[in-house]
Design a protein around this ligand. Structure first.
Ligand code: ZN
Ligand code: ZN
Ligand code: FE
Length: 768
């Protein structure tokens, strides 16, 4: 050859292992007749390639701009090196190294090619429920250690048959080095059991399972990241039975639907929702129910929305291929425990809920729940970030020291940082539950190991009684940074948007420990990543009974009225005796509550917006007691008539805003007066809820304007669980934008407490 030979070394980082990257490089090199090798390294993929310079440039551009569909390149370096005059291109075995920066792929839903084989009666994997390839299948949930290699996954116990091994070894095959590769001859299998573990004899366990579901039975089905409890979503009877046995009275249940056509029949959605429903991540997406909604009403009672997902494993596709169109797929757990992942554990814990089990023997190494998301203002808003997303990092603008954020108490997640990346764990749950707390510790260990991160600092909430805080404090060998709950919310929102400037932060949620020892939750902060100043909040109001007031919102209503009517118990009863709520609850119970407030017995003070929603929901009779967190506020939002818009500022409830000593106080008294008046004149609860929401939106906007004037800040960050409320988020966003503000909201991590570990980690990283 008369042309110039060159050799280059290319190092590519990102999600480049376990996604078919090396065979892709190999095939490309073969096509261009280039020499060299490709190897998985600690940093990702390393390529050395030699050949004609113009072919090399073309090769590099193809590799970096058109990589395999499931890979994500986060960076690459190219260097000229000396030619070695090889005569072939090779895939070399993985290198061992301690300094790993390679990213681990999340679990990926079944791809089109595998799906085709699954339903092709001529294919050797026809109907095989564990079919996968380099573009799809389990990843994070089966990985026991890194680098990602079959021997370090739960597939190691299955020895590949000759056919599978051939595919695995052939660089031209789409299963080349597909670590979970298997078939019915060599791989995992499914079987059907009754609730006591006796195997049910059947030639086709999946077909039998479908029949049992259609007959109204409840099944425990082992999935990708844990067990699901399943029943026919078209059967009201079956859904009610599941609720009864699971002791889950009203909290919405997720539904898996056969395909997008079935979803179209029961829910309204746009193109973006369609894309994300069919994405490789396959989250549960909250969609608005249609008028024609025909599934069981008890799936999501008093709720305009329904949580829908499409099948994401071959097993799901087989379950839903024929007569079954929609099946409840709710987490297989009891009360607040983590989702069950082992067969024996399922029998013991879920046996009393289920009639049958569909088991399999591919072990789940780490549990991971389904993710939940919804679209607001055309952007996906994660409510729970788990399967399909974890452990992909959130990228930060700056390089951070390695920090562990241990999160809050409810909806706990943890966060580890390394370089410019923040890794959030999957949804862990409520740490008050002992098993969930075990899972919390297990997740910290596991993530540190597979991400190879040794944190130099632990960031935790200021609440002294949170189990995450206590855990951090026991790790006396590592320095600690306490981060205030609502500061963590706002910084989480900043990090979500890749920002670090000072902003006006509206942190609105149910509960968070304040730096004065009270329960905060309606907070206006001036904050950046390094600190915060509380410049405003909802006025403190009593929470009679503490946690009991969260479960029984009517107690909050009494607390608000107590303050509003001048704080005299006897007077109060007389003044409120005609209010329907008071009649409903009865004087006796109310008198006890009033005494509790007067004597300040077990009655903490709170500035929480979540509790204000509860109080109003109770006063209007929408909900006096709740069976799950946030229920009263959700139902307040749900009764707003469809298509309602922000109403003019004269037809809303009025929060008095007063200022003293640099602090802005938002006073809810007038709002309660106005609501009581509206109840007396018979205004509908729909209207009352609308006026309440609009009152909050105008009030917050006015306060932001005052702060802009004072401090010259034009960006507002919205964070906290209250912003799960679509009406509130959409309309506050719109009004602030109209007033010229830049509004920062969440789109990568949840706005609820599932996102605060990120905020904690970023604050602590800044402090070092
Ligand atoms: Zn595939
Ligand atoms: Zn095989
Ligand atoms: Fe919170």
């Amino acid at each position: 050859m008369g042309c110039v030979l060159k050799r280059k070394r290319i190092i590519i980082s990102g999600i480049v292992q376990g996604v078919g990257f090396r065979p892709f490089v190999y095939r490309l090199a073969m096509k261009k007749e280039l020499q060299g090798f490709v190897i998985n390294s600690s940093q990702g993929v390393e390529i050395e390639v030699e050949g004609n310079i113009s072919l090399l440039d073309d090769f590099i551009s193809k590799v970096t701009t058109h990589p395999p569909p499931q890979s994500i390149i986060t960076g690459y370096k190219v260097a000229d090196i000396e030619c070695k005059n090889e005569c072939e291109f090779k895939i070399l075995p993985s290198l061992k190294s301690n300094n790993r920066t390679v990213l681990i792929s999340p679990d990926i839903s079944i791809c089109k090619d595998c799906l085709k084989e699954l339903f092709d009666s001529d294919d050797r994997r026809f109907g095989y429920p564990f079919i996968n390839c380099t573009n799809c299948g389990p990843r994070y949930s089966i990985i026991q250690d890194v680098p990602y290699d079959r021997l370090k996954t739960t597939m190691s116990k299955f020895k590949m048959c000759r056919n599978c091994q051939q595919e695995y070894d052939d660089p031209m095959n789409r299963r080349f080095h597909a670590q979970p590769n298997c078939c019915s001859a060599c791989g995992p299998r499914v079987w059907l059991c009754d609730s006591s573990g006796c195997e049910v004899e059947t030639a086709d366990p999946i077909k039998s399972a479908v029949k049992l579901l259609r007959e109204g039975n409840i099944l425990g089905i082992k999935g990708l990241g844990g067990f699901h409890l399943a029943c026919d979503a078209e059967s009201e009877k079956a859904v009610l039975l599941l609720r009864k046995r699971k002791r889950r009275s009203e909290k919405p249940l997720a539904v898996m639907m056969k395909n997008i056509n079935v979803v179209e029949k029961i829910a309204v959605f746009g193109d973006q929702e369609k894309v994300i429903l069919q994405s490789p991540e396959r989250p549960i997406v909250l969609l608005m129910k249609k008028k024609e909604y025909y599934l069981a009403e008890s799936i999501a009672p008093y709720n305009k929305y329904i949580g829908v997902m499409l099948p994401y494993t071959p097993l799901h596709y087989l379950l839903l291929k024929d007569e079954l169109k929609a099946v409840i797929m709710t987490s297989g757990n009891v009360s607040d425990e983590p989702i069950v992942i082992e067969n024996a554990e399922a029998l013991q814990k879920l046996g009393s809920i289920t009639d049958y089990f569909l088991f399999h023997n591919r072990d789940i190494n780490i549990r991971i729940d389904d993710s939940v998301t919804r679209f607001i203002k055309k952007i996906p808003r994660p409510i729970r970030r788990s399967r399909g997303y974890v452990p992909f990092p959130i990228f930060n603008r700056k390089v951070m020291p390695s920090v562990l954020g241990v999160g809050g108490e409810l909806k706990n997640t943890i966060c580890l940082t390394k370089g410019d990346m923040a890794f959030l764990s999957q949804h862990i749950g409520d740490l008050k539950n002992r098993r969930t707390f075990d899972f919390f510790q297990e997740s910290i260990e596991y993530l540190q190991q597979i991400l190879q991160i040794k944190p130099s600092v632990i960031a935790h909430d200021m609440h002294p009684d949170y189990f995450s805080t206590k855990w951090a404090k026991e790790k006396s060998s590592i320095p600690l940074v306490g981060v205030q709950h609502h500061h963590a919310h706002i910084v989480s929102c900043l990090a979500d948007n890749g920002r670090d400037q000072e902003v006006i932060g509206l942190a609105m949620d149910g509960t968070g420990y304040g730096d004065d020892g009270s329960i905060w939750g309606g907070e206006i902060l001036i904050a950046d990543t390094s600190g915060y100043k509380r410049v405003g909040h909802l006025k403190y109001r009593p929470m009679p009974g503490g946690d009991a007031a969260i479960k029984e919102p009517w107690r909050m209503a009494i607390g608000y009225m107590y303050c509003m009517f001048g704080e005299n118990g006897n007077d109060l009863i007389r003044k409120i005796e005609n209010i329907p709520l008071v009649k409903k609850i009865g004087f006796k119970k109310i008198e006890i509550i009033i005494k509790m407030i007067e004597k300040q017995v077990n009655t903490p003070m709170t500035s929480s917006l979540g509790r204000l929603f509860d109080g109003v929901a109770a006063l209007t009779g929408i909900r006096t007691e709740v069976s799950y967190e946030g229920q009263a506020a959700i139902e307040m939002e749900m009764i707003i008539k469809k298509g309602s818009v922000l109403i003019n500022r004269n037809n809303i409830y009025h929060f008095h805003v007063n200022k003293s000593n640099e602090m802005i106080y938002i006073d809810p008294d007038e709002v309660f007066h106005e609501i009581i008046f509206d109840i007396e004149v018979g205004l509908s609860v729909n209207e009352i809820s609308l006026k309440f929401h609009c009152g909050i939106i105008f009030c917050f906007t006015e306060i932001c304007k005052i702060l802009r004037e004072q401090r010259g800040l034009n960006s507002v960050a919205l964070s906290g669980g209250c912003f799960l409320n679509r009406f509130l988020l959409e309309n506050l966003h719109a009004l602030l934008t109209k007033e010229g503000f830049e509004v920062l909201t969440h789109s990568q991590v949840p706005t609820n407490d599932g996102g605060i570990s990120l905020g904690q980690a970023v604050v602590a990283a800044q402090k070092i």
